[in-house]
Design a protein around this ligand. Structure first.
Ligand code: G3I
Length: 317
């Protein structure tokens, strides 16, 4: 049967998944699905600061290299996730005595080392992830506390020092037009006014019960494109809260995936990454109780209606 990859390639569209390095090494079925069905890979955790930095003066690139080299081997686009985030900072980070300029120097060295290592291998970086709080204010992270809002400008500049990859800002809950995406829009227009080297915006699109509305996502994509930026869907999954689960929720889920791909095709967004390969690999069940636990495209090795819906809309040409 044709694969999602072959249909996506025929449309010049990148469809991908977040990848777990252990599964890639140890699960042949997982490896085959990734190889056959997707055109882009994102290490789910391996390129985050915590997993990379077992101690203040050592890096462990083993898992990241495994995912990145798999992507290169099979001619896939590789997305780097993520250079600056408030979660998954290293275990030792909290008690590590640092001054504010200590943090600045630490972050500069981290970004130069990591983005520099993958200079010709990673095509797109989520340079900063989730800098805006849910109410639209600046999220008060260790980076913000130490460096103020300028930490974003600095981080993008340091990445630009060492790589030609496209440099993205990535966030959740800012997919459609809302208070948070307005704040992201303001943040980014400010960065552009200061000539910060930013190329794109990642919309994570962790969807709940067919929200955000695809039309609102399209409107949001258009306003970032009007700034000269590219937009990618970077972490999509579709779950339903208990008590609101539609009778045929897998069919409804398929329609929702389809509607987002249609919005992508309409707006010129050319990349859609799902946050995991198979339902059993998804982060959702471990992090949330009371949600359906099948948010992705595959049930084990079996493609679900959502997979076929994406395939159909990409094949429509
Ligand atoms: O690998 C270690 C293992 O060695 C250890 O024994 C175990 C228990 O401590 O932890 C394992 O690491 C876990 C890792 O997932 C790998 O399974 C971390 O504790 C756990 O925090 C981590 O969760 C990840 C989460 O980000 C961290 O915040 C999820 O897998 C990952 O799907 C999720 O992805 C995020 C994106 O990066 C940003 N957008 C939201 C998205 C969902 O939260």
């Amino acid at each position: 049967r044709t694969s999602l990859r072959s249909v996506a390639e025929s449309r010049g569209f990148d469809v991908g998944a977040a990848v777990d390095a252990d599964l890639l090494r140890n699960d042949a079925g997982y490896w085959k699905l990734l190889r056959r069905e997707f055109t882009t890979v994102t290490p789910e955790n391996a390129l985050k600061m915590g997993p990379l930095r077992p101690s203040p003066d050592t890096y462990d690139f083993g898992d990241a290299d495994a995912v990145v080299n798999f992507g290169l081997e099979y001619d896939m686009t590789v997305r780097g996730h993520t250079l600056v985030w408030h979660n998954q900072t290293p275990e030792w980070f909290e008690e590590w005595a640092y001054t504010d300029d200590g943090i600045e120097g630490f972050l500069r060295d981290h970004i130069h080392t990591v983005a520099g290592r993958y200079r010709d291998k990673i095509d797109v970086w989520d340079v900063v992830n989730e800098a805006i709080a849910d109410d639209g204010s600046m999220r008060e992270t260790v980076w913000y506390d130490a460096m103020g809002e300028a930490y974003l400008d600095e981080a993008f500049g340091w990445a630009d020092d060492v790589t030609d990859a496209d440099l993205y800002y990535n966030d959740y809950g800012a997919d459609g037009i809302n208070e948070k995406s307005d704040a992201v829009y303001d943040l980014i227009t400010g960065m552009l006014d200061r000539d910060v080297p930013i190329d794109g915006v990642g919309l994570q699109l962790h969807a709940l019960h067919d929200e955000p509305d695809p039309g609102s996502v399209a409107e949001n994509v258009y306003r970032f494109e009007d700034l000269g930026l590219d937009v990618q869907i970077t972490e999509m999954d579709v779950a339903y809260p208990e008590g609101e689960v539609p009778e045929d929720h897998r069919e409804q889920q398929a329609q929702y995936y389809r509607s987002i791909v249609e919005a992508c095709l309409d707006t010129g967004c050319e990349t859609l990454v799902t946050w995991g390969v198979r339902d059993g690999d998804s982060w959702v069940p471990g992090w949330f109780s009371g949600l359906t636990d099948d948010p992705l495209l595959f049930d084990g090795s079996t493609p679900k209606p959502a997979y076929h819906a994406i395939m159909d809309v990409l094949a429509e040409g």
